[in-house]
Design a protein around this ligand. Structure first.
Ligand code: FAD
Ligand code: NAP
Length: 509
């Protein structure tokens, strides 16, 4: 298993890096950054010890390679020799050794299924696992059939029909409360992919369409009955005999974690300064894409850097903090705004900063564990943000102040190093003036001598001063996001102050 932590995976993980907000569990030695790894994989060195040969690996053989100096790991049926990678693994050698000589797929998926190990480890590929014939024990078949038919009743299904000019695909989710956040559609070059998110499961319709359609795709959702219609415009008014050829995964209802992340290319349409080192990137979704990133969720950006695919998570924000909270903000459904801090030695953010307007970058489907329902009955919302840990708070703030009627107080406690680092300070102050439920507190860890506000780092005393219930027994939700140690310490202090696990949501990868 490659326990690859998000900011760690990309680049180096030195002490300096950890201090800069990185997530390395262990400091990596100098010369062991992601860039160094990419260089090594391009050097032509034999990293498997098999001189480029691919072999079929039995379970018995795999289990023999279980030492640091000879360590093989299987991920999704492919076996990698991870010994050369040990020193470059941001999560540390011990994490990697947990899967030594075994199938590490589950462990890998638990940690970061989005990390593109195929690209990262392609030079370490030893071969495939040999397939073992499995004899079905008596009785199992019947049980499976019964399970399959009851599972089938609960599974979504689809149908399609046509008029002279339209193709309509109807998905019956059999679930109430369907909404636009749960429906992701991509239609490009005769490829149609419609994914419906249902809790931790995903239903997929994916076909190579029989004939060409135009780029305009309409999605209608009958929320109460859980019916989703995807409406395509035929390019030619001909009668279709079939919808198309099913792709792998078509008409399956499986765990989300078992579904590969899907990416589409989005165009960079603008890049504006937020602070001295942070920019707001506006990306445009392709015409045939229907995608809304739910509050509290992130997407992954994928970009090829020095010939290797690198993936990093980012949390979409709004173009600005709306001051008029009468109406939910209109999602134009076309643009995605990302507030991204550019690190002077950051691998991914440097590449992002070098993108030109009009360039394309791959954006994944949304992920994340935050559920709006966590907020629905809260009376007090407390948001603790460190640096760009502010990003999930943007949509959250907006949602809370617009749509959660029982909320009495919303407080943002925003930790930054200096005044110049505060993101959207003006907008936050304006919002606090406009909406009496909202209050913002800035705390600086490295203020200039002119700073008259609060200073310090996240600590039990600062938290006990600012994190309070508005009434003795009011229902509270505390959300926290920032550098990993900031978040971890914050959660610990909050628990010490008596807040329960259910009252705290920590944003992590
Ligand atoms: P890295 O290469 O990982 O470097 C990180 C730090 O290490 C930088 O300070 C860099 O200067 C330093 N460093 C690099 N090389 C060295 C070296 N050789 N020695 C010492 N130090 C070094 N970030 C945002 O800005 N906006 C978001 O909305 C956002 N959302 C996120 C959502 C989630 C769920 C998660 C987990 C993270 C999110 N992040 C966000 C962080 C983001 O994913 C990246 O980690 C971040 O952009 C840094 O990536 P990078 O490759 O540029 O930096
Ligand atoms: P930063 O400017 O380095 O730090 C912001 C504030 O946090 C500063 O006051 C800083 O104080 C403090 N801080 C930093 N490290 C700390 C630590 N170890 N213990 C206590 N306080 C600490 O932050 P940034 O560069 O913007 O980084 C933001 C982080 O948020 C990144 O790591 C990013 O991955 C993460 N993030 C996560 C998500 C998510 O959903 N999981 C979303 C967005 C961002 P000091 O003076 O002590 O440094």
């Amino acid at each position: 298993m490659l326990n690859v932590t998000p900011s760690a995976f990309p680049a180096p993980g030195s002490q300096q890096r950890a201090a800069a907000g990185g997530r390395s569990k262990v400091p990596l030695k100098p010369g062991r950054s992601l860039m160094d790894w990419i260089r090594l994989t391009k050097s032509g060195k034999d990293l498997t010890g098999l001189k480029g040969r691919l072999i079929e690996v039995t379970e018995d053989e795999l289990s023999k390679h279980n030492k640091k100096e000879d360590c093989w790991i299987c991920i999704r049926g492919f076996v990698y020799n991870v010994t050369p990678y040990m020193e470059y693994h941001p999560g540390g050698e011990d994490e990697l050794m947990k899967a030594a000589g075994t199938d590490g797929t589950d462990l890998f998926d638990q940690v970061h299924r989005w990390v593109n190990y195929e690209s990262m480890l392609k030079e370490c590929l030893v071969g495939r696992m040999a397939v073992k014939p499995v004899a079905a024990p008596k009785g199992v078949l019947l049980e499976k059939k019964v399970l399959a038919s009851s599972a089938k009743d609960l599974s979504p299904s689809y149908d399609w029909f046509q008029t002279d000019s339209l193709i309509t695909i109807v998905i019956y989710t059999k679930q109430k409360d369907m909404n636009a956040d749960l429906v992701i559609v991509d239609c490009q070059d005769k490829q149609l992919r419609g994914e419906i998110i249902m809790d931790d499961h995903s239903y997929l319709v994916e076909v190579d369409l029989d004939h060409a359609v135009s780029e305009d795709v309409a999605v209608n959702i009958a929320e109460k009955v859980g019916k989703v219609e995807i409406i395509l415009n035929k390019k030619d008014n001909i009668h279709w005999k079939i919808l198309g050829q099913p792709c792998e995964g078509h008409n399956t209802f499986i765990k989300r974690t078992d579904r590969g992340l899907f990416y589409r290319k989005c165009k960079l349409v603008s890049k504006t300064e937020v602070t001295h080192d942070t920019k707001l990137f506006c990306l445009m979704l392709p015409k045939g894409t229907h995608l809304r990133v739910p509050t509290g969720q992130h997407v992954y950006l994928k970009h090829i850097i020095a010939g290797t695919e690198v993936v990093k998570p980012y949390t979409p924000v709004l173009p600005f903090l709306p001051l008029d909270f009468q109406e939910p903000p209109c999602h134009d459904g076309v643009h995605l705004y990302l507030m991204i801090k550019i690190y002077s030695h950051g691998l991914f953010t440097q590449a992002l900063d070098h993108l030109q307007i009009g360039d394309y970058i791959s954006v994944s489907n949304p992920e994340g564990s935050f559920k709006k329902s966590q907020l629905q009955t809260s009376e007090d919302l407390l948001l603790l943000a460190g640096g760009t840990g502010f990003t999930p708070m943007v949509k959250l703030l907006n949602f809370a102040l617009t749509e959660v009627s029982c909320l009495r107080t919303v407080k943002l406690i925003f930790f930054n190093k200096t005044e110049d680092d505060i993101l959207w300070r003006n907008q936050l102050e304006q919002l606090a003036l406009k909406d009496e439920r909202f209050e913002v507190q800035f705390i600086l860890s490295q203020p200039s001598k002119d700073w008259v506000g609060k200073q310090g780092k996240i600590s039990p005393s600062l938290l006990s001063e600012f994190v309070k219930r508005s009434r003795r027994d009011s229902k509270v939700l505390i959300c926290i996001c920032g550098p990993t140690p900031f978040t971890e310490q914050g959660v610990r202090y909050l628990k010490d102050l008596g807040y329960s696990q259910e009252e705290i949501h920590a944003f992590t990868a």
